[in-house]
Design a protein around this ligand. Structure first.
Ligand code: ATP
Length: 349
């Protein structure tokens, strides 16, 4: 189990700042997801942690010790790539046992640990197969076994599920989570899939353009996003400008009561948000009742998704599947104060 600390980690490629002053700590045994759109610096960060790439500035520490001068093979961090990168001419046993052979471990011990690993990734008896005789999912599991067999201090996974179909992704997610817990390995994986990060990670580091936006437990990204951009990444675009005064926010649709202890934005300009699933389309009281126009509605099977005009902003709300409303109607909706979250104003407005 290894504690990982990134301190002011920065990497430039000519005039591109791929990773910009990244500071975060991964606790021993934790599973962290680096999440963000393509090109935000996730892979560059992983490569700096393994030592495949040197930072322009900053430090990578394992258990308080700087790794900058330590070569990749001595860091005890292994990386599983998006493409399986198995040795095509070697059978599964030799692929999985490769790291142990390099370390000079005896053949008998390698054989024992290879079969142990193959059990762990649910592929017992696959020792003599060649990579081309395996499905994509099986290849990925062999790549995982090959990484884990050396008992790494830190496991790094670069979009390990990206090439798998939906069912295999689910299976692999569970496998990674179970093995990671069982072996208690500090693990960091990269994904641009928000759902995957939420399902797998203890904490998520969300990055945009090389900058860490929020590092928190998955729930926080839904309930307490740091900014409108973070909320948007987690599929919430319900925004209404206002001005906070203590326990209420003045908006173009009137005053809304808030729970002062629940929000963190100070008095002044704010952006009010309520997630689609937290809006009451069938109000239960007069508190925070606003009148809005129904722009569209879509039946989603288990619920109805309704598009609303909220003071000129397009909002989404989820209501019961049998909700009886018509497009063009003006309806009362309730923004429960327990679910109102305040974001910083966008561009100072
Ligand atoms: P993806 O999800 O598409 O893999 P990512 O978040 O992992 O993206 P990185 O691969 O870390 O992003 O790239 C971050 C930025 O750094 C990008 O703008 C990329 O073009 C740039 N970059 C990465 N590697 C190099 C390199 N070797 N030379 C020049 N620019 C690079």
């Amino acid at each position: 189990m290894t504690h990982v600390m990134l301190e002011g980690l920065t990497r430039r490629f000519d005039d591109v700042i791929a990773v910009n002053n990244l500071n975060l700590e991964v606790e021993s045994g934790e599973l962290i997801a680096f999440l963000g759109p393509s090109g935000c610096g996730k892979t560059t960060t992983l490569r700096m942690i393994t030592g495949l790439l040197l930072p322009s500035e900053g430090d990578v520490q394992f258990d308080g010790k700087s790794m900058i001068a330590v070569p990749t093979e001595k860091r005890g961090a292994v990386m599983v790539f998006q493409k399986h990168l198995l040795f095509p001419t070697m059978d599964v046993a030799r692929n999985v046992g490769f790291g142990l052979k390099m370390a000079g471990i005896s053949k008998k011990e390698i054989d024992r640990r290879v079969s142990e690993m193959l059990e762990l990734v649910h592929l017992p008896g696959f020792e003599t197969r060649r990579p081309h005789e395996l499905s994509g999912g099986q290849q990925q599991r062999i790549a995982l076994a090959r990484a884990l067999i050396v008992r790494p201090n830190v496991l790094l996974l670069d979009e390990p599920l990206a090439n798998l179909d939906a069912n295999l992704r689910l299976e692999m997610r569970e496998l990674i989570r179970t093995i990671q817990r069982e072996m208690n390995i500090t693990s960091i994986f990269v994904t641009h899939d928000q759902e995957e990060a939420v399902m797998l990670a203890d904490r998520i580091a969300l990055m945009f353009d090389g900058v860490l936006q929020q590092f928190d437990v998955p729930k926080a990204f839904y309930e307490r996003p740091n900014s409108a951009e973070v909320a948007h990444f987690f599929r919430n675009d319900n925004f209404l400008a206002g001005t906070r005064h203590g326990d209420c926010v003045e908006t173009g649709l009137g005053s809304l009561a808030i729970l002062p202890d629940h929000v963190t934005q100070p008095d002044g300009k704010v952006v009010v948000t309520v997630r689609p699933e937290d809006i009451y389309l069938a109000p239960t009281s007069d508190e925070n009742l606003i009148h809005v126009k129904v722009l569209a509605q879509v039946y989603m099977g288990t619920y109805k998704q309704v598009q609303l005009d909220v003071d000129g902003n397009k909002w989404l709300a989820h209501g019961p599947a049998d909700l009886d409303i018509r497009e063009g109607d003006t309806i009362p909706i309730q923004l429960p104060k327990t679910h109102i979250w305040l974001l910083p104003p966008v561009n100072g407005k």
